[in-house]
Design a protein around this ligand. Structure first.
Ligand code: 13P
Length: 322
């Protein structure tokens, strides 16, 4: 039987007060779109330049406990002294016989892949499941298939000595209400924790990466309402023994994500595991030009600091302008 003690210690390190996670694990196709939006052609070199610019930002390790990487960056970037994580799902594919729903793939051969990453210094991993919301979605089939895959992935990670981050990402896309998001999140979390238990996963050696509870992206959600519903749902639907909670940003603006995290962190211990809400301004500022690196790093350092404060409930809007 695997000992979970060292994995529980990694959960504690990831959740260290005033620190959070940086997700830079976009698939090449995903980063290509984001680069194109700021006029940069995505090549192995530009992807590496961009990521190394983020990693070498002054004060990086003061606010970041761990970084989630895609395979390419895992092997080729100069890396700061923080915990190293690897995205293990191989992306979302159509779920057969469904109404456009998705299933994350990557379970085949997973143990062998993990062995390579572990030998090269990975401490933790991430698997993202994606669930679409409408009046009738997600279907029971999509919830069941995706939470089952998350649980199988988490069990394989723990057996192989990596801490699993489980990410059931309930998408903001659409025009659903905040109450609908809360309802779906409750159902998905209940099913996820049932599957994790069935699979024998040690929760204290697992970090949950949930969405905040918001309305669909066509509607602006009021921060206090987001925080109240998010904390209510998490308190009631996440077992207290979980190793940590680190939110995705999901398409919220940088300030929205920070403001919401700040209010949530006043009530529960939680931190950030953002991609877009940490990088949007830094990426735009950089725009692929060496002469912009300093300004982009300053913007990134600022976002990190703001979110590190928010993770302790110590952020306020005045600090954004300071
Ligand atoms: P966002 O913060 O941009 O939602 O990304 C988080 C993430 O890692 C998605 O898998």
């Amino acid at each position: 039987m695997t000992s979970f003690l060292s994995l529980r210690a990694i959960a504690k390190q990831l959740m260290a007060p005033g620190k959070g996670l940086l997700a830079v694990d976009d698939f090449p196709a995903g980063i290509e779109k984001r680069f194109a939006a700021v006029g940069v052609v995505a090549t192995p070199q530009t992807r590496r330049d961009y990521r190394e610019m983020l990693f070498s930002t002054l004060g990086f390790a003061d606010s970041v406990s761990g970084v989630i990487l895609y395979d390419e960056t895992f092997w080729n970037a100069k890396f700061p002294a923080v915990l190293k994580g690897i995205k293990l799902d191989m992306g979302q594919k159509p779920l057969a016989l469904s109404d456009g729903e998705l299933i994350s793939e990557g379970l085949d051969g997973l143990a062998q892949r993990i062995a390579g990453y572990k030998a090269a210094g990975a401490s933790f991993a991430k698997w993202r499941a994606v669930l679409k919301v409408s009046a009738v979605l997600p279907s029971r089939n999509a919830i069941s298939a995706n939470t089952h895959a998350l649980a199988r992935y988490a069990a394989i990670c723990q057996q192989m000595g990596l801490l699993p981050i489980v990410e059931p990402d309930i998408l903001m896309d659409g025009d659903h209400t905040i109450e609908r998001c809360a309802e779906v999140t409750r159902i998905v979390l209940d099913e996820l924790f049932e599957q994790l238990e069935l699979a024998g996963v040690d929760l204290a050696a697992t970090v949950l990466k949930p969405n905040m509870i918001t309305a669909g992206s066509k509607t602006k959600s009021e921060s206090q309402r987001v925080a109240d519903l998010t904390t209510q749902v998490l308190i009631n639907h996440v077992p207290t023994g979980i190793g940590g909670i680190a939110f995705l940003s999901g398409g919220q603006t940088e300030i929205e994500a920070t403001e919401n995290l700040n209010l949530i962190a006043k009530k529960i211990h939680a931190t950030f595991s953002f991609n877009r809400a940490l990088q949007d301004t830094a990426l735009k500022t950089w725009a692929g030009r060496p002469e912009n690196i300093e300004a982009a790093q300053q913007a990134f350092a600022h976002r990190l600091k703001m979110n590190a404060l928010a993770a302790q409930g110590q952020w306020s809007l005045n600090l954004e302008q300071a």
